[in-house]
Design a protein around this ligand. Sequence first.
Ligand SMILES: Cc1cc2nc3c(=O)[nH]c(=O)nc-3n(C[C@H](O)[C@H](O)[C@H](O)COP(=O)(O)OP(=O)(O)OC[C@H]3O[C@@H](n4cnc5c(N)ncnc54)[C@H](O)[C@@H]3O)c2cc1C
Length: 344
Amino acid sequence: MTTHTIELTTRDGGQLRFECADDQDLLKAAANAHIVLPSQCGQGNCGACYADVTHGDFTLGKHNAAALPVGEAEKGGTLLCCTFPHSDLQVSLPFDHDRILLGEIQIRNAEIAAVDSVGENTLRLELCLTPNEDSGSGAEFEPGQFMELEVPGQDIRRAYSLSNTANWEGRLEFLIRLQPGGLFSTWLWEQAAVGQALIVHGPKGAFGLTESGLRPRWFVAGGTGLAPMLSMLRRMAEFQEPHPARLYFGVNRVEELFCQTELKALQTELPQLEVVFCVWKPDALWQGFRGTPVDALAEDLANTTVLPDIYLCGPPALIDAAEAVTRARGIPDKQVLSERFLPA
Ligand SMILES: Cc1cc2nc3c(=O)[nH]c(=O)nc-3n(C[C@H](O)[C@H](O)[C@H](O)COP(=O)(O)OP(=O)(O)OC[C@H]3O[C@@H](n4cnc5c(N)ncnc54)[C@H](O)[C@@H]3O)c2cc1C
């Protein structure tokens, strides 16, 4: 067995180094060195640990071809969870240093503080973390990140994005679409109640705000893909960030809309925020945008001269369609950030 040195460079120029044996994948070797990189499935299926190898030789093991952007593998694009080194490697990471956890992923006890229906098949779940020695009562995370919630009594977890912002009271808020027959969905709908205990893993993930001067920020959300957008917009409001901001929020039918009151409240705190509610199959009375949020994005991009940073979240099909629109408009890939709500 030979060991190789792996050098990581983050988008904001941060550098990290660890050792990896040739029969080990980079993601696990990094975690063994207490460098926890953003990832999800760990099996080459989701694409969340995408990175570029800029120097060195490696094998890309068994993976789902759809998890790698088209044409990227030829240019050194890889998935860290199935990358095995044959030499020292230099790897460029598509996120900033603050998305890397140096240590171990936190596992914390929490209690349900509220569980409410907010729209057809959509619940708002609020948890309160139990204080512990390391973190006290605080809920520390970056806007855009997600947590994994354990299905009570089973060694199974489901990923959900946080919709609030970091706070000292230990509050975690999620917006959850109930999936028919889903394990966590069924538990949440049939059994969850205030005061019940839950175990949470995280925070995790690299999705979040990037700093690029005062470029406009446009957010495109499908359904509960609104959650991380709310978190980012709430952070912008807390910090009074002046970037022009626009949110395209899409659902299929009017009855599925939710968080309208929260978005109105946010607009008073963040007055430059424009919100475009999009309904794909509206009734005759609907006065907002008729179509998908990607249709609305395409119309507005055709009429703008300053190309905004684009944040996308929701079902993979929505993200693929939006990426096709941003590419056609000439927005550089590095200005387009996304989180795909893949099934577990
Ligand atoms: C990083 C990340 C963040 C996420 N954040 C959120 C969030 O904030 N809110 C939210 O509602 N969801 C979110 N999801 C999606 C959520 O984790 C999955 O939908 C999860 O599988 C639901 O768990 P479940 O136990 O209810 O259903 P499961 O038992 O996992 O699935 C039951 C059935 O529903 C299908 N299914 C499950 N999820 C989906 C889906 N998303 N699309 C289509 N079919 C599906 C499955 O294929 C299966 O047939 C996120 C996913 C990821 C990867």
